[in-house]
Design a protein around this ligand. Structure first.
Ligand code: KIV
Length: 283
């Protein structure tokens, strides 16, 4: 789906056509630009920025202002993919009115195309109200990092029959509420398949196995830029941290040895100008 702007209708059609959706996160202009150039379908400005960009232990502290700042940067580089703005913790949990106002702020002030929020059955009325206000919503169920402490940590969800059944109910409630797609995080692969079969909207997995309608990964995880904690479901397609560290070490060495900057990195001054300048200084 590169070239033209991806829409929510394209995302819904992908499932009908059996085309797996490709989604990644981005938090700034260079990564927005690279995701655009790579031709992914969806870019998520996720509140994971709290961990992989801001160095926090989780996503709870991320604010609306943080999100708007980063969405604006991504939007400057990302023209083709559908851009999702993540609603931070407590921006939609306090009331339906707050949820509509804050979803609107992410679109009006950040410029994203759609919003995402965490929660299933309990948040279906909130989702329905945001959708009714004209804002497309992506759901997020299974492991919901904003409420990880209530779930007992960053753990796989849907282990027993009741818990797995509840996740299917969450997906159905979100579909009824009008989401255009659902993120399903950290569940057993067979449950991922059942959830994808239970709803008509695309289910995009992160640690939900291969039998869903697309995949999403945190870019800083998949390129090895953030390796403080690497979840089981992450594949590191490259390791750019050692490459950057090597460049920094080389730069440090060259500065200490006065090997950088070399003549090709320096601006010239004509000899006559220099001679005149020295005369002027001495007089
Ligand atoms: O914030 C984020 O990056 C996310 C992904 C884990 C889907 O919600």
């Amino acid at each position: 789906m590169s070239g033209k702007k991806v829409t929510v209708l394209d995302i819904r059609d992908a499932k009908k056509e059996g085309r797996p959706l490709v989604m990644v996160t981005a938090y700034d202009y260079p990564f927005g630009l690279m995701a655009d150039e790579a031709g992914v379908d969806i870019v998520l400005v996720g509140d994971s920025l709290g961990m992989v960009v801001m160095g926090l232990d989780g996503t709870v502290e991320v604010t609306m202002e943080n999100m708007i700042h980063h969405i604006r940067a991504v939007m400057r580089g990302c023209k083709g993919p559908l851009v999702v703005g993540d609603m931070p913790f407590m921006s939609y949990n306090t009331s339906v009115r707050d949820a509509i106002i804050n979803a609107g702020r992410l679109m009006k002030e950040g410029g994203c195309d759609v919003v995402k929020l965490e929660g299933g059955v309990d948040f279906a009325p909130t989702v329905a109200a945001i959708v009714k206000a004209g804002i497309p919503v992506q759901g997020h169920i299974g492991l919901t990092p904003q409420t990880a402490s209530a779930l007992g940590g960053f753990k796989m969800q849907g282990k027993d029959v009741a818990a797995a059944r509840a996740i299917i109910d969450d997906a159905r409630a979100l579909e009824d509420a009008g989401v255009f797609s659902i993120i399903l995080e950290a569940v057993p692969a067979p449950l991922g398949k059942l959830v994808a079969e239970a709803v008509e909207v695309p289910v995009i997995g992160i640690g939900a196995g291969p039998d869903v309608d697309g995949q999403v990964l945190v870019t800083h995880d998949m390129v090895g830029l953030f390796d403080k904690f690497v979840p089981k479901f992450v594949k590191q397609y490259t390791q750019i941290r050692p490459i950057i560290l090597e460049a920094l070490a080389e730069y440090k060495k060259e500065v200490r040895e006065r090997a950088f900057p070399a003549p090709e990195h320096s601006f010239k001054m004509p000899d006559e100008t220099l001679a005149e300048l020295k005369k002027a200084i001495d007089s």
